[in-house]
Design a protein around this ligand. Structure first.
Ligand code: HEM
Ligand SMILES: *[C@@H]1O[C@H](CO)[C@@H](O)[C@H](O)[C@H]1NC(C)=O
Ligand SMILES: *[C@@H]1O[C@H](CO)[C@@H](O)[C@H](O)[C@H]1NC(C)=O
Ligand SMILES: *[C@@H]1O[C@H](CO)[C@@H](O)[C@H](O)[C@H]1NC(C)=O
Ligand SMILES: *[C@@H]1O[C@H](CO)[C@@H](O)[C@H](O)[C@H]1NC(C)=O
Length: 508
């Protein structure tokens, strides 16, 4: 009896299982998924996807997959089924519908290290509130006053430490600049101070963990980074307590205008929230823009005409400032840097500081005949769009002139702009985009006026998937002759010089 009972229940459970299987199968096949393959269980194709490659290319994985499946394909990445999009239109669609059809969905390890209140992982109202604070902090009004002035100061602080004919890491110098600037703006820390330097060291360790495999085991980069995270939080908390005390005593310090004070006065955030906000803004604000500056330093020497045209533009600005008796750069000067803006865009297009974003579908989405099932990861690969010849002519070439609006192909220019999204888009568009562009322009202004530089060793930007120069981008500088001082009194000679300094630059 028990035998037949067993057989019976065995058969019936097989029957039920097959039904479930058929049901799931049916449910799955109802979706018209994009082509692609899922790879190994769990890890899927993640290892291939994350394999390092040169930053000015899409990478082998992406090229092969696009060749085989087209610009929209399915895969299994970061522990789940995913739709990868190298399609400009779908990318825009994903970013515009953030919060409606898609939601930010960074891997757990990122939340673990940046904190659960980090803006990168928050969604909904809390994200909006944090974003609002960041936007206020980096508003145009503040950029024009506080940031611009400080940027120039910190640029000169870094550039003036460069010694002629010595080799140093341009990437480290760029990092120094952006870190010092953010540390000052966020917590009023001064460059060179012991505590600032200690904080910088912790951040280096922290960064290594953000991008490492999230293995919380003794000795791993991830574990060390979690420790650094704690040290950084402790540091910020100390600053915060100091500030609260000072504010209670009614002392008005120099720090009145930094982010820390702003958050303490104008928001209802808990201590834990403030700590994560400050930690992640300091992180977002210096890791990205320093890479962008290093990329500009890397690309420009390969394009002497661009250096020459930049120099003309910035010398002209420097001359007219001198004439007007101005010393510091103004917002109007920044607006006049037309060619520089082209160089900035081109650097971001070709270098692609942020390669792709993490999203997931929160509804079943239908797009151009394809289905994106609810719960699936969606990865808009913004870099692939920038390197696609159907969007940008000869995408491998560093060609700032492609951004010149006055060119005959005015139509093309506006079309390209539409596909250009180095800062993401939609409700999560980078909050620091104007700040980042301003930083690049101010840095370029001074480096181009002060120095000529060349690469000492072959180095190139590699995607790990964050962009990094493995050798730190070693460069050597020579002082650029300052034509300003000699002939500023004599307009005639000034003109002459303007005509032939191009030659002079080419000879270098
Ligand atoms: C060239 C430099 C930079 C690049 C390429 C860049 C790129 C990006 C991208 C692509 C996003 C969108 C992330 C997503 O949608 O998931 C983003 C978000 C963000 N960025 Fe930047 N960024 C840069 C510089 C900065 C700077 C200087 C700051 C200043 C603190 C900053 C602060 C932020 C913040 C706060 C967010 C989150 C916005 C939100 O979720 O609402 N970024 N950035
Ligand atoms: C955003 O910040 C501004 C300025 O502080 C404030 O007036 C506004 O109410 C805030 N909006 C939201 C949605 O929090
Ligand atoms: C650097 O090298 C150049 C050319 O090699 C030389 O003319 C110049 O004097 C050197 N500068 C210093 C400070 O050594
Ligand atoms: C902070 O909370 C108080 C009361 O809970 C509220 O009235 C106020 O609007 C909040 N302020 C902000 C900026 O959220
Ligand atoms: C650079 O790109 C932005 C889009 O992010 C665009 O609005 C701007 O006009 C571009 N600048 C130039 C000089 O083409």
């Amino acid at each position: 009896m028990s035998n037949s009972y067993l057989t019976c229940s065995f058969l019936s459970s097989i029957f039920v299982l097959s039904l479930i299987f058929i049901f799931i199968k049916r449910k799955k096949t109802r979706y018209n998924l994009p082509p692609g393959k899922m790879g190994w269980p769990f890890i899927g194709e993640t290892i291939g996807y994350l394999k390092p490659y040169t930053a000015t290319t899409m990478g082998e994985f992406m090229e092969n997959h696009i060749a085989r499946y087209g610009t929209i394909y399915k895969s299994n990445l970061f522990g789940g089924p995913a739709i990868v999009s190298a399609d400009a239109e779908l990318n825009r669609f994903i970013l515009q519908n953030d919060g409606k059809l898609f939601e930010c969905s960074y891997p757990k390890s990122i939340g673990g290290i940046l904190g659960k209140w980090s803006m990168l992982v928050l969604v909904g109202d809390m994200h909006r509130e944090m974003r609002n604070i960041s936007l206020n902090f980096m508003s145009y009004a503040r950029l024009k006053t506080h940031f611009l002035k400080d940027m120039e100061k910190h640029t000169l602080f870094v550039l003036s430490s460069w010694k002629e004919n010595c080799t140093f890491s341009a990437q480290d110098e760029a990092k120094k600049f952006t870190f010092n600037l953010m540390a000052k703006q966020i917590m009023s820390l001064d460059p060179g101070n012991l505590e600032t330097e200690q904080l910088k060291k912790e951040y280096v360790c922290f960064m290594k963990g953000v991008v490492s495999a999230p293995l919380n085991l003794p000795g791993t980069a991830y574990r060390k980074a979690l420790k650094s995270r704690n040290n950084i939080l402790k540091f910020i908390e100390g600053k915060m307590e100091e500030r609260v005390k000072r504010n209670q005593e009614g002392k008005k310090g120099m720090e009145e205008n930094d982010l820390l004070n702003w958050v303490l006065k104008h928001s209802n955030l808990s201590t834990e929230q403030i700590l994560d906000l400050i930690l992640s803004l300091l992180f977002a604000g210096h890791e990205t823009s320093s890479v962008a500056i290093a990329l500009a330093i890397y690309f420009l020497p390969s394009c002497p005409q661009a250096i020459q045209q930049l120099r003309e533009e910035h010398r002209e600005i420097a001359r007219s400032k001198k004439k007007a008796g101005e010393v510091e750069l103004t917002w109007d000067d920044y607006k006049r840097m037309e060619f520089t803006h082209c160089v900035v865009n081109e650097t971001l297009r070709l270098g692609n500081v942020v390669r792709f974003l993490h999203r997931k579908a929160i509804k079943d989405v239908h797009y151009k005949g394809y289905d994106i099932p609810c719960g699936w990861k969606v990865l808009p690969v913004i870099s692939a769009v920038h390197l696609d010849p159907s969007n940008f002519d000869q995408p491998q070439h560093f060609n700032p002139w492609r951004w010149q609006v006055s060119s005959k192909s005015g139509n093309c220019a506006s079309m390209s702009n539409n596909n250009f999204m180095p800062f993401g888009g939609g409700p999560r568009l980078c909050a620091g985009l104007e700040l980042a562009k301003l930083e690049m322009a101010v840095f370029i202004h001074h480096i181009i006026l002060k120095y000529n530089w060349d690469m000492v060793d072959v180095d190139q930007p590699i995607v790990y998937p964050f962009v990094d120069f493995p050798k730190g981008l070693p460069i050597r500088v020579q002082s650029e002759e300052e034509i300003e001082d000699e002939e500023s009194s004599d307009e005639e000679r000034e003109r002459e010089d303007e005509n032939d300094f191009g030659l002079r630059v080419c000879l270098v």
